[in-house]
Ligand binder design. Structure first.
Ligand SMILES: Nc1ncnc2c1ncn2[C@@H]1O[C@H](COP(=O)(O)OP(=O)(O)OP(=O)(O)O)[C@@H](O)[C@H]1O
Length: 494
């Protein structure tokens, strides 16, 4: 085969084992220049493992890799980078204690010697401007001071930044999962321009609508193998879901939660004319909406704090559990097993005479692992060895298993596959029906339809309170850009 006719990357019979876990088996895959390949599959299907092999960060157990028709025997990070292959990983890889431009400096070998700082600043600013116009990120900011969404934007802009080493392939592994809707659209529109310049993209996402709208071709992975490849134009969501073979619970929701009156579990006072009050009763699922970074996360943190200390204008009645939106740094205990990570919130109930009952702990973890379909060889497995989506399920399991009266969920379905998402919605409804109160911040508007009531945040204030029957995405978008509630009154607050 000539180099001109060869695909940019060709994977042949790639397999990868982690101990007894076979993550990939016999994968043959071509990636062509100037096209976007979408990859979908259930949590633990092997998507990230495959991407790590292409990025050179993980060697395959067997199989061959060829780039532009030439077999590359000693394939690794250096070889991949020199060949113009860049990867935006699911767990962000920026160094938090360095500035944005310093993080760019460590990636590009040519950014050395006198004046490298200025060149690195210029490079990342130009890339951010091209992909995310109006981003507002200063290259001199320390990465630890950026929000997850901003970090994700820097990581993406860094991957597309070019020195004399040209970019030929950018892998976006759930790169839109932490981005606000607007930034996700900016990125995906940018990839169209990049493709026109010959850059190939691989895009992994659990948001099937994004994949269908932007990818040229779609590959479906299941249990470590490819079960289908087709042009995106010939597919729709239902067919993709069927190929993934993962849906256990139907979409949609039953009518009416077990909402109860009485003292609210959470009650935040409004500010006259500025912000609406918020209430959550036992039995309710309440959504927090609006553009990312407009105060929803900070509000969840305030509620969490108010369970321990008095907070002005905020009353919390009941025990509380929190699923953090920052899984890697605030959520998973990295040295603990799946079992310990799940049981951590329920130790009080598992203790007898001050000692944890090991059989009860295992039974609890196994029941939740089964119930949320957590893919793990056993519950004794180290939690960080699970795929990203399965780690997210462990966090949700911990919160549900805690039995707390109030659940605070910060984007709990980030990176969770479509089948499990539906399952989780059903679980949350059952949990609410069991008398628990749920406060749920989500970056996916479609999930707000699962809520009994939605509060829309804009610039740190609540600008609308929408009951389920009156819910529409249009109304959420309008309120997201409002500076105060319409009429300045509290009339619609539930
Ligand atoms: N470092 C590791 N050690 C042990 N097992 C691993 C490791 N990385 C991945 N695995 C296992 O390999 C399998 C595939 O995981 P992978 O992360 O590739 O899935 P994925 O399709 O990207 O899932 P998700 O959608 O949840 O991100 C899983 O069973 C996972 O537990």
């Amino acid at each position: 085969m000539t180099a001109a006719a060869a695909p940019l990357i060709r994977l042949a019979a790639i397999a990868r084992d982690f101990g007894s876990v076979r993550a990939l088996q016999g994968v043959d895959l071509d990636i062509d220049a100037g096209r976007m390949l979408g990859i979908v599959g259930h949590n633990g299907a092997g998507k990230s493992t495959l991407m790590q092999i292409i990025a050179g960060t993980l060697p395959p157990s067997s199989g061959a890799i060829a780039v532009a028709g030439a077999p590359i025997p000693a394939y690794g990070v250096r070889a991949a980078h020199a060949l113009g292959i860049r990867c935006v990983f699911q767990e962000l890889s920026l160094c938090p204690n360095l500035t944005v431009f310093e993080n760019v400096g460590i990636m590009h070998r040519s950014l050395r010697g006198a004046g490298w700082r200025g060149r690195a600043r210029h490079l990342i600013r130009a890339s951010l401007d091209a992909i995310f116009p109006g981003h507002g990120i200063d290259p001199d900011r320390q990465v630890s001071s950026l929000s997850i969404g901003e970090r994700q934007m820097v990581e993406i802009a860094r991957a597309f930044s070019e020195t004399e080493e040209k970019v030929r392939l950018v892998i976006l592994d759930e790169a839109t999962a932490s981005l606000a809707g607007h930034a996700a659209t900016q990125l995906l529109d940018f990839t169209r321009a990049a493709r026109a310049r010959g850059i190939a993209c691989v895009f992994i996402s659990h948001r099937l609508a994004e994949i269908l709208a932007y990818a040229d071709d779609i590959v479906v992975l299941r249990d470590g193998g490819i079960v289908g490849t087709a042009p995106a134009s010939g597919l729709d969501e239902d067919r993709l879901v069927a190929m993934m073979g993962e849906v256990r619970a139907p979409a949609g929701r039953d009518a009416g939660g077990a909402r109860s009156a009485g003292v609210p579990r959470v009650e935040a006072a409004g500010q006259d004319g500025e912000s609406l009050p918020l209430r959550v009763h036992a039995g309710e699922i309440v959504g927090l909406a609006g553009l990312a970074g407009h105060g929803q996360r900070a509000f969840l943190h305030r509620v969490f704090a108010a369970a321990r200390h008095r907070e002005r204008g905020l009353a919390v009645n009941g025990s509380i559990a929190h699923v953090s939106g920052d899984r890697a740094s605030e959520g998973i205990f990295p040295l603990w097993s799946v079992m310990r990570n799940i049981s951590a919130g329920a130790l009080g109930r598992l203790s007898r005479f001050g000692l944890i009952d090991p059989a009860a702990e295992r039974a609890l973890a196994e029941a939740w692992a089964r119930s949320l379909a957590i893919r793990t060889p056993t519950v004794s497995h180290l939690a960080t060895r699970l795929s990203g989506g399965n780690q997210q399920k462990v966090l949700v399991a911990r919160a549900l298993a805690s039995g707390a009266d109030i659940l605070l969920l910060d984007d709990p379905t980030r990176g969770v596959d479509v089948g499990t998402k539906r399952e989780l919605y059903a679980r949350m409804r059952a949990h609410a029906a069991g008398g628990h109160a749920i406060l749920w911040y989500t970056t996916e508007n479609a999930e707000l339809a699962e809520c009994d009531r939605v509060y829309v945040f804009s610039r740190g204030r609540i600008t609308d309170a929408i009951d389920r029957d009156a819910y529409s995405e249009d109304r959420v978008i309008r309120a997201s850009f409002a500076s105060a509630p319409p009429g300045g009154g509290f009339a619609r607050a539930g």
